[in-house]
Design a protein around this ligand. Structure first.
Ligand code: MRU
Length: 347
């Protein structure tokens, strides 16, 4: 199969693979306004913290062209308002605000240029954010691989792969790196209800890349672990608090409790832009709550009574005490994370 590209910047437009249609259809959408990118993030056409961040950066390039002002002061007022709007698309992944803020900072840093020059500088900044993401993921993969043994089997939850980033992924980068280095590794993918990112996306991308991957439903992890079939858990994350608490896809907390119970290492793969030192603990991480229809239906087919009450938090917080190590592109942080995360970040 040809390599699948998650996102691209082409002729001044953002091209996104529509992930809501995977694995059944491979269909790309071309977006040319901030509002279109907002909707794509909200509806999860693009998802995964780093891919959301890169898409947001390109949305801010589109926004700069939408603002019809040629003097800096009126330009920046409207530009920041579009950034504020975009930041409301999904609340948990800090990469969204990180990318928007970096773009706004870039506009301010170039305020002495004409607005048309500022638009060019903003495009260069978004491309830089995109390229940095590529470099970061490979380095995370190398650091993860240093923690594993040949022949290990790794359980993962949700999708922190190439589909969630520019390429390679964070948690899944280790499988691609292992392939390149002829280092045997196997994967178990939790299906990840309700949006099924494990079934629809992780098993799709690993299977097509030729990685030995087995799909399980979320309630099977304990049995697998009790049978000695899991050597490590590796997941991505949407925000790391200063104390090492980690927000990731709903169900990650459950897996971390199981891993602790069975004495299996729990590794969090994270690019440093996903660390939010302003969140002192996981309690201050905003958790997105999505439409309950995601639970009451599967692929549009109703599986629960009409009118049933639902609760659908999209993410949970894994406490630092359940985490063995937080693996970044700059190095590996071990407990106590309030000290080690800063050391790694400033590396
Ligand atoms: O709701 P999603 O699909 O955007 O959630 C994605 C995750 O939880 C990922 O694990 C996380 O964003 C890291 S992606 C490298």
């Amino acid at each position: 199969m040809d390599k699948i590209q998650t996102l691209a910047w082409r002729n001044g437009k953002l091209v996104l693979l529509d992930q809501t249609l995977l694995p059944n259809e491979i269909c790309y959408k071309e977006l040319s306004t901030e509002k279109e990118v907002f909707d794509a993030i909200r509806t999860m056409v693009v998802r995964g913290a780093p891919a959301i961040g890169v898409s947001a950066a390109y949305a801010m390039v589109l926004a700069a062209h939408e603002v019809d002002k040629e003097d800096f002061e009126p330009f920046i007022v409207d530009y920041e308002a579009l950034g504020e709007h975009l930041s409301k698309s999904r609340p948990t992944a800090v990469n969204l605000n990180w990318a928007i803020n970096r773009m706004i900072k870039c506009a301010h840093a170039n305020k002495n240029f004409s607005v048309s020059k500022i638009r060019e500088k903003l495009e260069q900044e978004a491309i830089a954010i995109h390229n940095e993401d590529l470099q970061i993921n490979r380095k995370i993969g190398e650091n993860l691989l240093s923690l594993l043994k040949r022949g290990d089997t790794v359980l993962t939850h949700c999708n922190a792969g190439a589909l969630a980033t520019s390429e390679y992924g964070t948690a899944l980068s280790v499988f691609y790196l292992a392939q390149e280095k002829n280092f045997p590794l196997k994967a178990y993918a939790n299906e990840t209800r309700p949006r099924l990112q494990g079934a629809r996306l992780t098993s799709f991308e690993l299977y097509h890349a030729g990685v030995d991957v087995t799909l399980i439903s979320d309630n099977m992890a304990a049995v697998l672990m009790s049978q000695g079939k899991v050597d490590a858990v590796i997941v991505g994350c949407d925000r790391v608090a200063a104390n090492g608490d980690v927000a990731n896809k709903i169900g990650t907390f459950n897996v971390s409790i199981l891993a602790k119970h069975f004495n299996i290492p729990m590794y969090i793969a994270t690019p440093t832009p996903t660390i939010d030192f302003d969140c002192i603990t996981g309690e201050s991480i905003p958790i997105e709550e999505r439409d309950g229809e995601e639970i009451a239906t599967i692929n549009g087919v109703r599986i629960a009574p009409e009118g049933i009450k639902t609760y659908n938090p999209s993410f949970d917080v894994t406490p630092a005490e359940n985490i063995t190590a937080i693996v970044t592109e700059k190095g590996i942080a071990y407990p106590p994370f309030d000290v080690s995360l800063k050391d790694v970040f400033n590396n």
